[in-house]
Write a protein that binds this ligand. Structure first.
Ligand SMILES: [Zn+2]
Ligand SMILES: [Zn+2]
Length: 415
């Protein structure tokens, strides 16, 4: 039973409800480009998970079978123990992911949104190749892998609902559990909130280990990261901090620093790089959210393309067991290409139309390669036709705008 796959329809339902609440309350917690970017990062993360989890999972099974102290049975108390222990390990994984450069390079993705809503919960990393190490104690005390996977999925599902600004503080519940209020603090970049509240389900760990911070009424959260991502590109969102570390490691004259930069506290840089290439911290009092203006038709087109991405990704995820490796690779490659192409649409990049034409050809080909059912192929074809129509309107609009700009005349003025 794949708990996360079952939860996906509920995720979308709750997102829809939050968007409606946002409209009714006129809170403006949603921006289309940011929400699409978060969801796309979630899809890319799931796509890369297929390959990424193979080695740690195999090692976990080997540890349980060959070097664990005992083999624990499948009973209720083992489930409870596993659930609590998983969250304890998660606390330390998460805390180290904020406190060590190479781990932050992966986790930064989850924090790179400057909004805070349910789509932020799905903004997940495609990196994180080292964090499985923190869960080895669970294998060593013999928690069966089936239970380990299930409590891991339950932990992840729990964390979804706390990514909202519509739920206020929850009284006694705040003392024990992670809540929207104390997780808002975790996503804020205000000085007082930085590196606080790491728990996944239980906030008790933060209270025990001195990392708890309450949400303060006179200190509204400013969401995002100190060195803004300023991009909708999901690949860059995953690589930008690795790139920063690589550049510093490459350019520093100190051989010792080339190695230790990766394991130093987050933000640590070689002394010579601080001088050669200083990074000026952003002034929060002048904070402005990253945005790129696009037309209404482009927004409509971007939404349609996100639907295509979801259809392709869900088709692959739901049929993983029956697909060949070649089919899975085709699905993953398409997902990554389509997500980059979509970011070009959101960025109004000059070559987005060419990239999109290639994508549509790829989508039709992918449905053939995956042997999609006729009804699904028809939906796919319908989406492509509709997309092309909207794309043509979008192109015509931008041509009109170019003429308008070059002649200084409004092309619709004489109609
Ligand atoms: Zn975090
Ligand atoms: Zn979060």
């Amino acid at each position: 039973m794949n708990i996360i796959l079952i939860a996906i329809p509920f995720f979308f339902l709750l997102i829809a409800l939050e968007i409606i609440t946002d409209k009714i309350r006129k809170t403006q917690y949603y921006r289309l480009n940011d929400a699409i970017s978060s969801l796309t990062l979630g899809i890319v993360s799931r796509a890369t998970d297929i390959a990424k989890k193979f080695v740690p999972f195999t090692l976990y099974v080997l540890f349980v079978e060959h070097i664990s102290i005992v083999q624990l049975p499948d009973s209720l108390w083992v489930w409870v123990l596993a659930f609590v222990m998983y969250d304890f390990c998660y606390y330390w994984t998460h805390r180290m992911s904020h406190e060590i450069n190479v781990l932050w390079a992966a986790h930064v993705v989850h924090h790179s949104s400057e909004e805070y809503n349910l789509t932020t919960a799905l903004r997940q990393t495609s990196g994180g190749f080292l964090t499985w190490i923190f869960y080895i104690p669970m294998a060593l005390i013999g928690i069966p892998w089936e239970i380990f996977l299930a409590v891991g999925a339950l932990n992840l599902v729990y964390q979804f609902w706390v990514h909202t600004r519509h739920v206020p503080k929850l009284g006694w519940y705040e003392l024990i559990f992670v809540t929207p209020s104390n997780h808002r603090v975790h996503h804020a970049q205000n000085e007082v909130y930085i590196d606080r509240n790491y728990g996944g389900v239980f906030i008790l760990w933060d209270r025990m280990f001195g990392t708890f911070q309450e949400e303060l009424e006179d200190e509204p959260c400013i969401y995002g990261i100190r060195k803004p991502l300023a991009s909708w590109n999901p690949i860059w969102a995953n690589l930008h901090f690795y790139w920063q570390l690589m550049k510093d490691a490459w350019r520093t004259d100190s051989w010792k620093d080339k190695f230790r930069i990766w394991f130093k506290p987050t933000g640590w840089r070689p002394a010579d790089m601080e001088i050669k290439d200083p990074i000026v911290p952003a002034d929060l009092s002048k904070f402005k959210k990253f945005d790129i203006e696009i037309t209404g038709w482009q927004k409509c087109y971007a939404l349609l393309q996100h639907l295509i991405l979801i259809v392709a990704a869900l088709t692959v995820m739901m049929n993983l067991a029956s697909y060949s490796n070649a089919q899975i690779v085709a699905g993953v490659v398409f997902t990554i290409y389509a997500s980059i192409s979509l970011s070009l649409v959101l960025s109004n990049a000059r070559w987005f139309k060419a990239a999109e034409f290639i994508k549509h050809g790829g989508f039709i080909a992918l449905m053939q390669v995956l042997g999609a059912a006729p009804w699904l192929s028809q939906i796919a074809l319908g989406l492509v036709v509709l997309s092309l129509l909207v794309l043509v309107v979008t192109m015509k609009q931008s041509i009109d705008k170019q003429i308008e700009n070059s002649s200084g005349v409004n092309p619709t003025a004489n109609q």
